[in-house]
Design a protein around this ligand. Structure first.
Ligand SMILES: [Zn+2]
Length: 398
């Protein structure tokens, strides 16, 4: 690394705020909820156009159900893209982000991208379309000034908000060869990054009872709704706040009519945990509750619909974090690490051993709500901080 490349790259990024906002407006104004594959792929088209316009090759990894994965590569200065392992100097640096949002189709028409008082708003503006924009400009900066110190991979995936059922394999494959992973989820309102995340398991229980007229033949019925209610109480009772284990049945459905004993009911369960060792135990416990019939005659089954691994801080990840804190200070902002119960793809990369730092994206808040906002004045400094950290990664590995 030469001192001039750091100053060239950060100086160029400092001139790009308006261009960043233009790209952000373009991609926020495309509905891209997790189940809207055409929308997520349209966001991908905009990203691809930007990157290829800066001479960066972009590979499309087709996904049958969810958004395709895009993989952009900026070569090492004067060299080839690395295929080496993490243990040698050829390990890649991965910039990661998801293009899907939690919002339904039509959300953009209701509340398109707007700017007021230095805050941008719109569906997914912080979580995490601003992070995608930031990654695009970091890749462009390295491409413009002769390449990156290590092969730089930009991953733009399409199904994070539902647990990355298809993106996970792509992410893990790159993470296994990475010497550092930067996930551009939104920076906390405090300016902090995320150094720990809970694991999450999303499950569904389906209960069958027996229909009967609740007036005329009450005793012939078996209530699936009553069974569901009892199971919910037993499952919620597994919550252990001091250990960081939480249970929430967040969705319920069931029944046929007010005057019918409910023949069916179902509930969706969200388990969160900190210690990887707690995962199997909690899932087994839930399994036993689902198997048990509180109301005689009911039957139930349990399926796992999605899952995130916890992100824990390894020693190399701690070094990466310390390097980032210094890079942030040199980019004009203070940052610290914090833990959150929210899950993200960074759990997968940490899970395969890649030194990972999360929430390095531009700063925003109120994600997943109509009040979501992004601080526009954080676009440039956060991009500069990641670029500086990339330039300062030790050549011998973390
Ligand atoms: Zn996100």
């Amino acid at each position: 690394m030469s001192a001039s490349s750091e100053s060239q790259i950060t100086a160029w990024l400092a001139t790009q705020q308006d261009a960043m906002v233009a790209l952000l407006r373009e991609i926020v104004d495309i509905d891209s909820g997790s189940y809207n594959k055409p929308g997520i792929d349209a966001v991908g088209d905009a990203v691809r156009r930007f990157l290829t316009g800066h001479g960066i090759p972009v590979e499309t990894i087709r996904q049958p159900k969810h958004g395709d994965c895009l993989r952009a590569t900026v070569m090492r200065d004067g060299g080839e893209a690395g295929t080496g392992s993490r243990s040698n100097i050829g390990g890649n640096v991965v910039l990661m982000g998801h293009r899907d949002t939690v919002f339904p189709d039509g959300e953009v028409a209701r509340r398109p991208f707007t700017i007021r008082d230095g805050l941008a708003r719109g569906p997914g503006v912080a979580d995490m379309k601003a992070g995608l924009v930031m990654n695009c400009f970091i890749l462009a900066a390295f491409a413009k000034f002769g390449g990156a110190p290590a092969p730089l991979i930009g991953l733009f995936t399409g199904d994070e908000e539902i647990g990355s059922p298809e993106g996970r394999a792509v992410i893990e494959a790159d993470a296994r060869r990475a010497r550092a992973v930067f996930n551009s989820e939104p920076g906390r309102v405090s300016g902090n990054v995320v150094t720990g995340r809970k694991g999450g398991v999303f499950m569904q229980m389906r209960i069958t009872g027996k229909a009967a007229h609740s007036g005329g033949s009450f005793t012939e019925g078996i209530s699936a709704i009553e069974e569901l209610a009892r199971k919910i109480q037993a499952i919620h009772a597994l919550t252990d706040l001091p250990r960081g284990i939480t249970l929430n049945v967040g969705l319920v459905r069931g029944g046929q009519s007010v005057n019918t004993i409910a023949p069916w009911a179902e509930g969706e369960i969200d388990l969160r945990y900190i210690d990887p060792a707690d995962r199997d135990d909690a899932v087994a416990h839930i399994g036993r509750i689902v198997e048990q019939s509180f109301v005689p005659g009911t039957k139930a089954d349990l399926t796992i619909n999605g899952e995130f691994l916890p992100m824990t801080q390894s020693a190399p990840a701690k070094k990466l974090f310390e390097l980032y804190v210094k890079a942030a200070a040199d980019s004009g902002f203070a940052t610290a690490g914090e833990s959150t119960g929210g899950c993200a793809d960074s759990g997968f990369t940490a899970g395969v051993g890649a030194p990972t730092i999360c929430a390095v994206g531009p700063v925003g808040g109120k994600a997943h709500t109509p009040d979501e906002f992004l601080r526009l004045d954080s676009l440039v400094p956060r991009a500069q901080a990641s670029a500086r950290a990339i330039l300062r990664l030790p050549t011998t590995g973390l």
